[in-house]
Design a protein around this ligand. Structure first.
Ligand code: CP
Length: 307
């Protein structure tokens, strides 16, 4: 049974095909409004979410399907100690496809091995968030007209930021892409990502702590939140949380066609004064996420022979 746990579970050809389907859904929504009739998506969210859970649910409704949902760990039998594998086997009896978010790294993989229906990883701890990356890729494609020849700045918590790890993995597979990794010393990209993805694929990158110094080089600036929930020590979180705050003044040296992205939710990382700037693309990412999730649900249900 085909599941999507990591963005590299999808080839570049499949990513391109998903973007094509998403663009067709945007242009011709009526073509898709009955394709998942009588099919059910189960959203199992053991960690908080606004965008991912609601966009998966909106996606399934817009495909004509139905949704059943666990919206927090406390209101499911996980609170009584039920395992992820038993939960996945149980939900396979009720639904046609699962989207699951869990605080533990690897939980979605465990679920996919136990389930008899496709499982989509909607975020597992600080590890991966492949459908956020699908939203990011469609945003880059629509804003930049393609995926090649881009310099991408990633800024903030690059250590625990699962969206960052998935995006590096995805964009490293396109041509002539460069990365600028902007973070405090304590929140640098993990060495396994640098070694296994950037160095192995000979992708040019440099690391810096200085956002203003780097900003003029960038086609894309991907801001991220310092995530309180990933810290063991509140003092460290408080010291690092406001390391980078993007303000209009900091955009003085930025390109006119810079694309400013953020997976959201934001706390302080981007001043609301930037929301009206034509370079602000973070709410476009939110909208694109629903269309890419529609495309992915369609693909996995077709491959499973469900539709
Ligand atoms: N980007 C993202 O995953 O947002 P939520 O946590 O609100 O789902």
């Amino acid at each position: 049974m085909r599941s999507v746990i990591d963005i590299v579970d999808l080839s570049v050809e499949e990513l391109d095909a998903l973007m094509k389907t998403a663009c067709d859904i945007i242009d011709n929504p009526e073509k898709y409004q009955e394709v998942c009739r009588h099919k059910k998506l189960a959203t199992l969210f053991f960690e908080p979410s606004t965008r991912t859970r609601l966009s998966f649910e909106a996606a399934m409704y817009e495909l004509g399907g139905n949704v059943i949902s666990v919206s927090s760990a406390n209101n499911s039998s996980a609170a009584k100690g039920e395992s992820v594998a038993d939960t996945a086997k149980t939900v396979s009896c009720y639904a046609d496809i699962i989207a699951m978010r869990h605080p533990k790294e690897g939980a979605a993989l465990v679920a996919s091995r136990a389930a008899s229906i496709p499982v989509i990883n909607a975020g597992d701890g600080g590890h991966n968030h492949p459908t956020q990356t699908l939203a990011d890729l469609l945003t880059i494609y629509r804003e930049k007209g393609g995926m090649d020849n881009l310099t991408i700045g990633l800024c903030g918590d690059l250590k625990f930021g699962r969206t960052v790890h998935s995006l590096i993995n995805a964009m490293s597979r396109y041509k002539n892409v460069k990365f600028v990794l902007i973070s405090p010393e304590e929140l640098k990209v993990p060495s396994y990502v640098k070694k296994d993805v950037l160095q192995r694929n000979r992708i040019p990158y440099y690391q810096t702590t200085d956002l203003e110094d780097a900003i003029g080089d960038l086609d894309i600036l991907y801001m991220t939140r310092v995530q309180r929930e990933r810290f063991f020590n509140e003092e460290d979180y408080l010291r690092l949380k406001d390391s980078y705050i993007l303000t209009p003044q900091k955009l003085n040296n930025a390109r006119e066609d810079l694309c400013i992205m953020h997976p959201l939710p934001r706390v302080n990382e981007i001043s609301v004064a930037i929301d009206g700037d034509p370079r602000a693309c973070y709410f476009k990412q939110v909208a694109n996420g629903k269309y890419m999730r529609m495309a992915l649900i369609l693909k996995l249900l077709k491959e499973a022979g469900t539709i």
